[in-house]
Design a protein around this ligand. Sequence first.
Ligand code: FAD
Ligand code: SF4
Length: 279
Amino acid sequence: MAQNKSDNYHVYKAKDEAQIQQQFLRGTKDPDFGIYCDIFSAKTGFKGQDGGVVTELLSRGFEEGLFDAAIVVRRMEGYSAEAVLAQDAQDVAAAKGTKYLKVNVTTKLHELISQGKNRIAVVCTPCEAKNVRKIQQTLKGDTEITVIGLFCFESFNKEKLKQEIEARLGIDIDRADKTQVRQGKFIIHVDDKEYSCRVKDLDGAAEKTCSYCDDFTSQFADISVGSVGSKSGHSTVIVRSERGEKLVKNMKTAKETVDKAEVARLTKFKRERTEKNLH
Ligand SMILES: Cc1cc2nc3c(=O)[nH]c(=O)nc-3n(C[C@H](O)[C@H](O)[C@H](O)COP(=O)(O)OP(=O)(O)OC[C@H]3O[C@@H](n4cnc5c(N)ncnc54)[C@H](O)[C@@H]3O)c2cc1C
Ligand code: SF4
């Protein structure tokens, strides 16, 4: 029987992903978590979106000389954000916090590689983590790339999000000190006040491509970090490679238990949404 478009897509995708896993990752293969060798929850002493784990990993990575450049995503004017070069812990701290936007990091990566940087850490969403691996597969020589992937259910179109927030909450997201998605709510902090609405109510502002994305936990990263599965103010960390293990070794933070069932639930939920949208 002839294969349909969706079957072809799945065969191609599986082959592509198996190659990335074989080349860069190490650990046990799990249907929900992907390849991993450790999973834990942590609250660091660093200020950050949740447990400050990404900020600690990057800061200690610089301290220990594991990389000499990092690509982080920094707030620009209003709620806009851009991938920028960080060269020390101060640059890393200036980029803390989640911007719920789809930000391209690969252009910056190409730029740094062409400038001769060859030990680079990249913080990115799952879609970008896969793109970074594709670039890494084409590199020759001694370029070392460390991928810190974030969990991601969806991201938003900046302009549509601004309009939707203004209409629903009467505030300007450009003035937000912090934005957060937690337990189905989109929360905005402005001038020490907290505003929130259901994330579901912001569906119209979500990036359309996100509805076809099935990776919740950045399965192709060296280390994945998110909040689902951990207490408020903590981060969930999934270690997926030797490089990831090396980074985690430098953390001066106690490991706590993760609610793995909750991570698996969200992973399945995102995968099922994608399957539905693809058919
Ligand atoms: C679009 C998006 C959606 C997310 N959705 C979920 C979710 O549904 N469930 C969940 O558990 N976690 C989600 N996260 C991850 C979560 O919000 C935190 O980023 C993560 O828990 C790390 O927390 P931390 O305290 O270690 O971060 P911090 O120490 O504050 O560091 C955050 C790092 O993220 C980088 N960053 C910020 N915004 C972006 C961006 N748009 N693209 C790439 N890098 C960025 C910054 O450069 C910074 O280095 C999402 C992240 C993004 C970017
Ligand atoms: S949902 Fe997928 S496509 Fe959308 S920003 Fe997150 S990782 Fe990228």
